[in-house]
Design a protein around this ligand. Structure first.
Ligand code: AKG
Ligand code: FE2
Length: 253
């Protein structure tokens, strides 16, 4: 499929309207984070684009990524339509999404993620407010050969977060979180998440500078979204499968 960055730079709604509790099926029984207990390494936020993109390497060990991929395969993933809704970026992948506040809380409290974000004083100014957890809207993407997510911006959304103490707090999303569950190590070729830092969007010329983040199994990528979001894309996968878990960092509203 032709990809023209100059014409397909529409905004994607990062969090489509969540189904109500009555409408949606029960959440999946996600594998626990206790075999081995996380984190397995000292997590450290590494800047990729100053103030805009950071990564946490080896957030999930490879064994847990493998377990997650085999579990996620059993979920009812749906292939996105090739023709996007008005205002949405072209994305071609297989997706599953669920509102699961308790899984979002587990991902925050039982993996070391909450600690590394909250205790890292050097980066505390990045998050856009008082960080309280993750968006309960959990998305799973599988990209197979030929699939991609074209250039777009991620929006900030108002959500409710189930905090560590058990209260539900009004929040807004400020950073996108992508957890890569596969990479070249599992035979996935392509699929980089590519950022165009230069400008938000110019019709006259395609962005020159690009920062391509190569997939690493178990690596978590965080990037700022909303008004300061950089144009970005999930590049085409040319072999193997790219599996991603997506949620967002949330601050108190
Ligand atoms: O899969 C990727 O690398 C990018 C995904 C993305 O941009 C999104 O979920 O908004
Ligand atoms: Fe995005």
């Amino acid at each position: 499929m032709a990809k023209d960055k100059r014409t397909k730079t529409t905004t994607t709604t990062a969090t489509p309207p969540a189904a109500t509790a009555e409408q949606q099926p029960p959440p999946p029984s996600w594998p626990p984070f206790t075999k081995p207990t996380l984190p397995v390494v000292d997590l450290r936020l590494e800047p990729v684009v100053p103030e805009k993109v950071v990564v946490l390497r080896r957030f999930f060990p490879s064994s847990l990524c493998r377990e997650y991929v085999s579990f996620l395969r059993g979920l009812p993933l749906q292939t996105t339509p090739g023709k996007p809704r008005r205002g949405m970026a072209v994305r071609v992948n297989d997706r599953y999404q669920i509102d699961d506040a308790s899984f979002a809380r587990r991902l925050w409290t039982e993996t070391g993620l909450g600690e590394v974000v909250l205790l890292d004083g050097e980066n505390s100014h990045l998050w856009g407010g008082e960080v309280i957890g993750l968006n309960p809207n959990i998305r799973v993407y599988r990209y197979t050969q030929g699939q991609f997510f074209d250039c777009h911006y991620d929006d900030s959304n108002n959500v409710s977060v189930l905090t560590e103490s058990g209260s539900v707090v009004a929040a807004k999303t400020t950073w996108t979180l992508l957890l890569y569950l596969t990479s070249a190590a599992e035979g996935c070729v392509g699929g980089e998440t590519v950022f165009y830092p230069e400008r938000r969007f110019a019709r006259s010329a395609p962005p020159k500078e690009e920062v391509a983040v190569t997939l690493e199994t178990g690596m978590c990528l965080l990037h700022k979204h909303g008004d300061d979001c950089m144009l970005h894309e999930g590049r085409e996968v040319t072999a193997g499968e790219k599996w991603v878990l997506r949620t967002d960092l949330c601050v108190r509203r």
